[in-house]
Design a protein around this ligand. Structure first.
Ligand code: GAR
Length: 198
């Protein structure tokens, strides 16, 4: 089996990145992580990636005058790890321009802590609680230029309990995220391999 090569983009803790690294350690998992890239030098996930022996890179958005310059540097960094089959946004908290997204058609996916199309953007759990929802969850979807849109690959549902706070809910949703992301990568890898694109 040819494993597809992933780049994982993070901004912080990197627990979803770690769920991918753990999955990739299994011989029968159809993907391997070629590089982890953070847009923040202090992203805690960088050290975790190094513990797994994975190459890391930092493209600090604060060092660039605007999005196009930042994204050009990001693209250049990614190209140093070519060939890459799939870009996985895992808690990557920079909005990417259409120009950048369109360089990876069908080859960039994102995880989001809600059942999209509900609760795009930030503070998803607090908003679900404020609306009195009884259920939320997480979504892995293809990235298209419109933020938090794009075809859904995997969703996992999580009940909201009467005494949930945003933090307790986030923690339970995160456990499902850690299942959802590897499952989505399996699906996308199979699609790419079927197309002969990987
Ligand atoms: C995750 O809950 C992820 O779904 C969310 O940020 C967290 C990152 O945690 N992403 C977004 O909100 C993107 N819009 P992690 O760094 O531990 O994976």
């Amino acid at each position: 089996m040819n494993k597809i090569r992933l780049a994982v983009l993070i901004s912080g803790r990197g627990s979803n990145m770690e769920s991918l690294l753990r999955a990739c350690a299994a011989p029968d998992f159809p993907a391997e992580v070629a590089v982890v890239v953070a847009n923040r030098p202090d992203a805690a996930g960088l050290a975790k990636a190094r513990d797994y022996g994975i190459p890391t890179d930092i493209v600090d958005h604060k060092q660039y005058a605007g999005r196009p310059a930042f994204e050009a540097a990001l693209q250049q960094t990614l190209s140093r790890h070519a060939p890459l089959d799939l870009i996985c946004l895992a808690g990557f908290m920079r909005v990417l321009t259409a120009d950048f997204v369109n360089q990876w058609p069908g080859r960039m996916i994102n995880i989001h802590p809600s059942l999209l199309p509900e609760y795009k953007g930030l503070d998803t759990h607090a908003r679900a609680l404020a609306d009195g929802k009884v259920e939320t969850g997480c979504t892995v979807h293809y990235v298209i230029p419109a933020m938090d849109e794009g075809p859904v690959i995997v969703q996992r549902r999580v009940p909201i309990l009467p005494d949930d706070s945003a933090d307790t809910l986030a923690a339970r949703v995160l456990l499902e995220e850690h299942q959802a992301y590897p499952a989505a990568v399996r699906i996308v890898a199979a699609r790419l391999q079927e197309l002969g694109d990987a």
